[in-house]
Design a protein around this ligand. Sequence first.
Ligand code: TMP
Length: 231
Amino acid sequence: MTTSIKTEPGGRFISFEGIDGAGKSTHISRLAEALRLQGCTVTLTREPGGTPLAEKLRAMVLGDAMDPLTESLLVFAARRDHLMTVIEPALARGDVVLCDRFTDATFAYQGGGRGFDLEVLVTLERWVQSTPALENRRLRQPDLTVWFELPVETAAARLADARTPDRFEAQSLEFFRRVAAGYAARAASDSARFASVQANCPPNEVWQQLTGILVQRGWLPRRFAEHASPP
Ligand code: TMP
């Protein structure tokens, strides 16, 4: 039997989460490349963003001062457009969708970081992630969420060397501690969906952990677990 990430019709939806400075982006691009070499059609995308409209909303959320409800409404508006015009059609085609952040980020940043009302976020999640493709009032959620975990101090040190910070990257260590706690709470509430990567490691070890998660699910061939760098 050949190993394939597309073992059932309807594609796979994988999201990637973590505090700023966790180093997700490079690994997501590598993974997209590895999956394409396996013959998968990959939709590589991000939130907030991923469509022309959602990218405009992203620029506002990252650049303009606003209150936490406005911020939450904008990220969920961007998500709805992204879901309906990119993610759902890609899943219907059978693509593997790799999404750099999704709703867990809203619970972590707006809920945890900003201290915004989680009940309102739950309501918005229910409105935005109900799609005609799903029956029985189920919500669209990732099939797998890879959580890049690392100490907030390490993330802050990485960000200090980076470009001009946006509204989130400029936040305090205390803010990022609350964001990390927000992720931990989401992971605890849906542990079957979450898999952790210890991101405070050299890049090749992070890569091995990441591919190990997909190998474990039968979504990548076993030989990936043996390679420290992309084969
Ligand atoms: P990025 O730099 O990883 O692309 O993410 C953009 C920033 O937006 C990041 O600091 C996290 C933040 N964010 C939220 O505050 N809420 C959300 O729902 C999402 C998706 C991202």
